[in-house]
Design a protein. Structure first.
Lengths: 90, 454
């Protein structure tokens, strides 16, 4: 299974996770893992997700998530997990 | 499983430290296009390039989007045109026609450069090699995306000094024909010793005759990432310094390897090599000179610079080789003056001279790169500068190159503006003593004694 990473970066506020999770649920994206941390005062969240059952293409989900990010004032990115695996695992 | 710190580290490298994949270069053999009729040859060349490379840019963009890593350039290299046009081209003007075909093929598929307007003359020039070399000024003046290179020597063959002499004049003529744009044509002309067949970086890329029909080569980058990593070990000893560079080079190269494999799979073209080069850009923070400063030098060019560069170059290779199955091309640190803010600053303040730069080229990849000199510099002097750099490559069994721009109408104290990734270059003073009699001797410099290894 090819995994995908969602990152959310921005100022913390109420409802960020709710908003993202609602979108993912509506689009049949399964969340495998969630973690979050604060770096230099900024809210950082990472989700490992499985988009294999999603009906929408990678590009569309990427665009729609970015749009949701804009609406709530955070940056949301969708990236294939391979880039992180390649860089951090031998 | 990947953790959040690792994800943040990678994305910080990309967003704040200018980590990118510098180029995906598609090498295309044009040997099958050879024809004695120029019209037919041009048609075959155009068709072959536009067919094989039709998805290159789209695939590059898709990979960029999915992985979130910028791929700055998508480029093409082809078989040296002196070979491809040998049968059809009877004059320099015929070769210029082929250059125009390459230019229009590049524009059709949307790549920003196409390399391989080249001749390999390390021991001698054939008639067509010489015609191609003589056509270079015109070819570079009337095209936008064509890059040219000439290999004039190797450790095994020695140096073709007739070609070195000829090229001094060719560089000057190229400068003259593009003087309205600060002699920009010379930024697309590289003179090599020991040129590799699989270099993905422009302007010196060509698809060597030892290569397969088509191949994907990838050039990685990342001076900004190395610089940031070294900032965290300020004051530590050399062992720690080396370890940090190696770890960083490993990470950068792994990203390059991933992109290369994906591009190869999606295009259905075999993967060739990763070029482990630290290639700077004019962006602030994406500079080799700034790495020297973090290492403890006040400015690039200060005593210790050659040692710092030797160390950096070696550690980049040591870290990178483990991250990729196939490493090739130039692989090392690039020190192009005009493309590196820190180098530009070092030249402007007088800390870095042409002579120090030459010494630095003994220990890193390539050579005198994107160096601007006064427009009045003579052809023989340019040949002399080329000969010196080629000798360094020949004796040290390494690739060296010269990409020098005599900026017509400008002198020391002024700056040439090339724009984009090519940046800007302060004009550097050149030693004014003559080498005319030495250069005009003609013939070859024999291969050095240590090349006889059989």
């Amino acid at each position: 299974m090819k995994k995908t990473i969602i990152t959310v970066l921005g100022k913390d506020r109420v409802g960020i996770i709710a908003k993202v999770c609602t979108y993912l649920a509506n689009n049949k994206v399964n969340i495998l893992d969630i973690s979050q941390t604060i770096v230099q005062g900024f809210f950082n969240m990472m989700m490992i997700v499985d988009i294999n059952d999603a009906q929408k293409d990678f590009d569309i989900i990427q665009e729609e998530l970015a749009q949701i990010g804009e609406e709530i004032g955070v940056i949301i990115k969708l990236q294939r997990e391979d880039i992180f695996q390649s860089m951090h695992r031998i | 499983m990947i953790n959040i710190q690792e994800v943040i580290e990678t994305n910080t490298m990309i967003e704040k430290e200018n980590l990118d994949v510098r180029t995906i270069t598609l090498g295309i053999s044009l040997l099958s296009c050879i024809d004695s009729d120029l019209g037919r040859l041009k048609e075959k060349v155009y068709t072959r390039i536009t067919t094989l490379a039709k998805d290159l840019v789209a695939v590059g963009r898709a990979i960029e989007r999915e992985y979130g890593i910028p791929i700055v350039n998508k480029r093409i290299s082809v078989t040296p045109i002196a070979l491809v046009g040998a049968s059809a081209c009877k004059s320099p003007e015929d070769f210029v026609e082929l250059a125009k075909t390459l230019d229009s093929a590049a524009k059709t598929v949307g790549v920003n450069f196409i390399g391989g307007y080249s001749a390999l003359v390390s021991k001698g020039m054939t008639m067509s090699d010489e015609l191609l070399i003589r056509s270079i000024p015109q070819a570079l003046a009337c095209t936008d995306r064509v890059c040219s290179s000439v290999n004039v020597g190797s450790t095994k063959t020695g140096l073709d000094m007739d070609a070195v002499k000829l090229l001094g004049g060719i560089v000057k003529e190229t400068a003259e024909l593009t003087k309205e744009r600060d002699s920009l044509g010379c930024a697309k002309l590289v003179v090599f010793c020991n040129a590799p067949d699989d270099n993905p970086f422009m302007a010196g890329a060509f698809h060597g005759v030892t290569e397969a029909d088509a191949v994907i080569n990838v050039g990685v980058s990342g001076p900004g990432v190395v610089k940031t990593a070294l900032e965290s070990v300020k004051g530590a000893d050399f062992g720690t310094l080396c370890d940090t560079i190696k770890k960083t080079a490993f990470k950068i190269t792994r990203v390059g390897q991933l992109v290369a494999k994906e591009a190869s799979r999606r295009l259905g073209i075999p993967f060739g090599i990763i070029d482990l080069s630290l290639a700077p850009t004019p962006a602030v923070g994406d500079s080799i000179a700034e790495i020297f400063e973090v290492m403890g030098l006040e400015c690039a060019g200060a005593p210790g610079t050659t040692a710092a560069l030797a160390l950096l170059n070696d550690q980049v290779k040591k870290g990178g080789v483990m991250a990729s199955s196939y490493v090739g091309g130039l692989s090392g640190a690039f020190i192009p003056v005009s493309e590196d803010q820190g180098m530009i600053h070092a030249v402007e303040t007088g800390a870095l001279t042409l002579e120090k730069l030459e010494a630095m080229t003994c220990v890193c990849s390539v050579g005198l790169d994107m160096v601007a000199v006064p427009g009045e510099t003579g052809a023989a002097t340019i040949s002399g500068i080329i000969a010196d750099e080629m000798a360094i490559g020949m004796v040290n069994q390494k690739t060296t190159a010269v990409r020098i721009i005599p900026v017509i109408g400008k002198d020391v104290g002024e700056t040439a503006e090339f724009g984009g990734l090519l940046g800007r270059a302060p004009i550097m003073p050149v030693n004014r003593y003559s080498c005319e009699d030495f250069i005009s001797r003609g013939g070859r410099i024999p291969a050095p004694i240590h090349s006889f290894k059989n």
